[in-house]
Ligand binder design. Sequence first.
Ligand code: FAD
Ligand code: NAI
Length: 481
Amino acid sequence: MPRAAVCRPAPARCRKEIMSDSFDVIVIGAGPGGYVCAIRAAQLGMKVACVEKRATLGGTCLNVGCIPSKALLQSSEHFEEAMHKLADHGVNVGQVSLDLAKMQARKAEVVAANVKGIEFLFRKNKVTWLKGEGRIVAPGKVEVAGTAYDAKHIVIASGSESIPLPGVEVDEKVVVSSTGALELDRVPGHLVVIGGGVIGLELGSVWRRLGAEVTVVEYLDRLVPGMDNEIARTFERVLGKQGFRFRLKTKVTGARREADGVTLTVEPAAGGAAEEIKADVVLVAIGRRAFTEGLGLDAVGVATDERGRVKVDGRFATNIPGIFAIGDAIAGPMLAHKAEEEGVAVAEILAGQHAHLDYNTVPGVVYTWPEVAAIGETEEQLKQRGVAYKVGKFPFTANGRARAMGDMDGFVKILADKETDRLLGAHIIGPDAGTLIAEIAIAMEFGASAEDVARTCHAHPSLNEAVKEAALAVDGRPLHI
Ligand code: FAD
Ligand code: NAI
């Protein structure tokens, strides 16, 4: 480009072009749904802006969700290994001590690098970041910090927030949500987690590994509702061996702040005598709900469902032409990769392409150790649908690599159609289950049978061989058990 054509310093004409207030797409929210949608739309040649009110991009996931929790899970796993596991491998490390401030500082660095990465991607793809709270004032019009911007299409990607528990007020210091639980500056003596779901078990694992006693109070009679029951039972047993205490079928009916912590009142879910549990810190993790406050949905007439989620059709369109929605703000699993796939799909739809997301092949992973991973249907769901199915299971105790690693808890379970052998689901508890499940995701995307997986050559010795063996077991012919 000839030097004269470069706008430096920007003359009025160029400035106007940069500050243009009309876009093909305005995405509201820069979480994994919104930022991915913005990037994909820009790749497809659209002029894109993304509105984000937080000081950094990346949404819940990068700032206070997936990334900081995985950083602390990784660090705390190293601590636990050094404390309790390395000696089994003949590695003596002497006295191990915890520098929690450094662990937290590292986590902050990991988050900072990730969120800055999204800023770089926005610059690279020429996505304009409109800083501030976005409000839809009319179809095709979004107001941010007092300025109105026009858009041919608006994509709502405003995410979710923690569900509060009446009577247990979160102050993010002693009674915390996941956000406060990621920021603790000391290891609590006794952490009580309300909710035996994904957040409770991941963050409960972090603090248990670092030295806290952890009690999980769960309303239902099982952990991780929605996951395969057999996996959930094994999960409960394995976490119990690690030191977790579980109070299932129990509800919290009150919380009293004391000088040195909190006293919770709990009762059997079915009714009965109340008792008290004393905690240094309480983590409330009873689920998340769509966040749409301040978006102006009522004024524009965008319909929401009974749980406050934006209603969309199969093409992510709301009832108002030109307004779309994705991610945690709509129905479906509240997962970053689900939000991302929807972001890509809606951008491609806006570009006139065909896009489709098969929700049955969205994997779910709990990043504890062992990890838990799931895809497709559970046995309970198949029974409920009246589908005839076959089960193949293989334990990690019979996998050479797992033995070499010293990580033998868990098993792989594969469910296939009884008639056609087509894969219907897979459920894994074990080392690196979250990585292992990707193989099944690809197989299911291609409509593969259990026999297809069983006949695929898997490297030896690898954890993936347990997947192959479970697939062989579907036909009653595992080789190593
Ligand atoms: P979000 O990431 O919530 O982003 C929405 C963004 O919109 C926010 O930044 C918000 O500030 C912004 N916003 C909202 N309204 C406005 C407005 N009016 N104007 C401007 N900006 C607005 N999922 C996984 O798949 N794997 C994990 O390991 C995982 N770990 C998690 C750990 C924790 C502790 C938590 C809390 C969640 C975790 N999740 C995980 C879930 C994951 O974070 C969410 O599913 C994902 O972030 C949803 O993406 P989203 O883009 O829909 O919304
Ligand atoms: P969750 O829905 O996974 O679990 C909530 C648990 O709380 C359930 O077991 C429920 O039965 C229980 N519960 C509800 N009300 C209760 C009460 N009053 N008393 C006791 N127990 C009660 O929700 P969670 O753990 O808060 O996570 C929110 C979302 O964030 C999830 O949908 C999850 O998908 C996402 N997430 C995903 C992660 C991952 O993919 N690894 C990690 C963390 C969060």
